[in-house]
Design a protein around this ligand. Structure first.
Ligand code: NAP
Length: 259
């Protein structure tokens, strides 16, 4: 029988942990006894998420930081070390997905999406290099997507490029992190129910669920479980890898392939 070792006392930083998937990841680590720091740009949302985690019995706090700014990344890592005495797990989850057709996409919109999703991932990992090396069991888990690396969606060409770029990044980063025993892997969520998705309405949710072999959208807990696995001691020999968590959405070749 495989027993997964405890997350108790591990220092975890979830960049983009104030809403949606990131908040779910933070909640899962907090429920396992980790010391969790969440970040995001909106202070009110971040503080209210941290209070929610604490009210549920978790050890959690919020630090305002924008991953698109290297100085903010350095500051969020420093604050985590000061609070928790080190850093063991970095979750690069911050992401934005504004829709724009290629015909209308401005250089500013392209810069914003690549700046947060792709460059923000690089800046966060760079800022955490030393602390993760000192951990002795350092882990990075990146939130990519099926959109870009596997599938496409009109209006999300810049987003897809940023999410595929994250996967290119982790493979080379894995080689640079390996000598210190630090691993870096990525989860690739399909359609996950978050506060934002709920705004699209029940009809969207039902139509989307019908196209998924497991006949439901994913939950933030579905993603958090995979992140916890990559962060575990037992996943210590896995690096530079990806895991699709999409209820089978990317498997069928056509609607006829769905039973
Ligand atoms: P969400 O609900 O909009 O949450 C995004 C989080 O990232 C928030 O905490 C947000 O806080 C933070 N964030 C955004 N820009 C940031 C920045 N510049 N610096 C720091 N934090 C920032 O989104 P979500 O749906 O949970 O998505 C989370 C991640 O999963 C993203 O990387 C997304 O690409 C990926 N993903 C989501 C789905 C899905 O179905 N939901 C599917 C595939 C992949 P602030 O706005 O306050 O900064």
């Amino acid at each position: 029988m495989i027993m997964f070792s405890s997350m108790k006392g591990r220092s975890v930083l979830v960049a983009g942990g104030s809403r949606g998937i990131g908040k779910g990841i933070a909640a899962a680590f907090a429920a396992e006894g980790a010391q969790v720091v969440i970040t995001g740009r909106d202070r009110q949302a971040g503080e209210s998420a941290a209070s929610e985690l604490a009210a549920a019995g978790g050890n959690a706090c919020y630090i305002q930081a924008d991953v698109a700014k290297p100085a903010d990344c350095a500051q969020m890592v420093a604050a985590t070390i000061e609070r928790n005495g080190g850093l063991d797990v970095l979750c690069c989850n911050a992401g934005v997905f504004p829709s724009a057709s290629l015909a209308e996409m401005t250089p500013g919109q392209l810069d914003e999406v690549l700046g947060i999703n792709l460059k923000g991932t690089v800046f966060a990992v760079q800022a955490a290099l030393d602390a993760l090396s000192r951990s002795g069991r350092g882990r990075v888990v990146v939130t990519s997507s099926i959109t870009g690396p596997v599938t496409g969606y009109a209006g999300w060409a810049h987003y897809g490029a940023s999410k595929a770029g994250q996967l290119g990044f982790i493979r080379s980063a894995a080689l640079e992190l390996a000598p210190a025993g630090v691993t870096i892997n990525a989860v690739m969520p399909g359609n996950i129910i978050t506060e934002g998705l709920a705004d699209l309405g029940e009809e969207y949710e039902q139509t989307m669920a019908a196209s998924i072999p497991l006949k439901r959208l994913g939950s933030v807990a579905d993603i958090a479980s995979a992140v916890l696995f990559f962060a575990s001691e037992q996943a210590g020999y896995i690096t530079g890898q990806t895991l699709i968590i999409d209820g089978g959405q990317t498997i069928p070749e056509s609607l006829e392939a769905m039973v």
